[in-house]
Design a protein around this ligand. Structure first.
Ligand code: ZN
Ligand code: ZN
Length: 291
């Protein structure tokens, strides 16, 4: 994983300061990170990020990196202890990022019913037998239009949303990242019809849309999803949005959240969200974003 500080318009993208929340980050409880939770908490205090949700991976496909990677009770205690230590300075939430696969929907539901989290993200990843996996993607893309190339990813994302199991859906169109050699990010704006069913499902079920800022530190230089998608979500009646850095490295924490919040505000939202069941008045966007 590479983290760069390039920005598209020459304005340096950086870690946000004085911000209500970063809802998405990985620690050493994830197979693909070795960041200690303490390092995120210390940065949050320093930067003025009031709340952080720890969202390590849980995968359901045997053999996947996040398959039974951590012990639920051990992790819950580590996060709970940190939450106590940082109380009054940074609120630390016990979250999870589930790799959604429709073939494991029943197991995922059962897991979430028996393992209480404060906050859950459902995300579609390129698991090893996915058409987007490194070994398959070139053959998969050959001869396809961009709409055809996103179809399997979007179908799984829509199923994740329709399952109603998650507080939010993570990085709605992360397939943009894997498809970049064939379809530059700007091309995605030519397929609004592919996005409509996903946005409609979010509106219908009340699942939040995550504006994932990790794309700002990747060569795409745009969020997952891009600003126009967030604007369309609001137009369709979307009410709940979250912003998350998806940090796997210390320097990625809160990175690009200022830009993500600008997108959210420009779309017409005045606040962020976390738990599905709560309207959090304390997650109002700071004054500088108000329109
Ligand atoms: Zn993810
Ligand atoms: Zn993540």
């Amino acid at each position: 994983m590479t983290d760069t500080n390039e920005s598209r318009e020459g304005r340096p993208v950086a870690q946000a300061r004085d911000f209500p929340i970063d809802t998405h980050m990985h620690t050493a409880f994830s197979h693909d990170s070795n960041v200690l939770l303490e390092l995120y908490a210390a940065q949050a205090a320093e930067l003025g990020i009031r709340e952080i949700a720890i969202t390590d991976h849980v995968d359901f496909m045997p053999g996947s990196g996040g398959y039974r990677y951590f012990d639920f009770n051990v992790r819950r205690k580590v996060i709970g202890d940190a939450a106590e230590r940082w109380a009054g300075k940074v609120a630390i939430r016990h979250g999870v990022e589930i790799t959604y696969e429709s073939r494991y929907e029943e197991e995922i539901g059962e897991y979430l019913r028996t393992h209480p989290f404060d906050y859950s993200i459902g995300s579609v990843h390129a698991v090893s037998d996915s058409p987007y996996a490194r070994a398959r993607i070139e053959t998969f893309v050959a001869g396809k239009t961009v709409a055809e190339a996103v179809a399997p990813y979007f179908a799984e994302v829509e199923a994740a949303i329709r399952s109603g199991m998650f507080d939010t859906v993570g990085h709605l169109d992360q397939c943009k990242r894997w498809l970049r050699p064939w379809f530059p990010p700007a091309v995605f704006a030519t397929i609004p019809a592919s996005y409509e069913p996903l946005l409609a499902a979010l509106v219908d079920g009340g699942t939040a849309l995550e504006v994932n800022s990790s794309g700002l530190r990747h060569p795409e230089h745009e969020t997952y999803p891009a600003a126009w998608v967030v604007a369309r979500f609001h137009e369709l009646g979307g009410r709940r949005v979250t912003v998350g850095s998806d940090a796997h490295l210390p320097q990625s924490f809160a990175f690009g959240l200022e830009e993500a919040a600008e997108i959210v505000a420009a779309a017409g939202f005045d606040r962020l969200s976390l738990e599905r069941a709560l309207d959090r008045g304390d997650l109002l966007l700071p004054e500088r974003f108000r329109r």
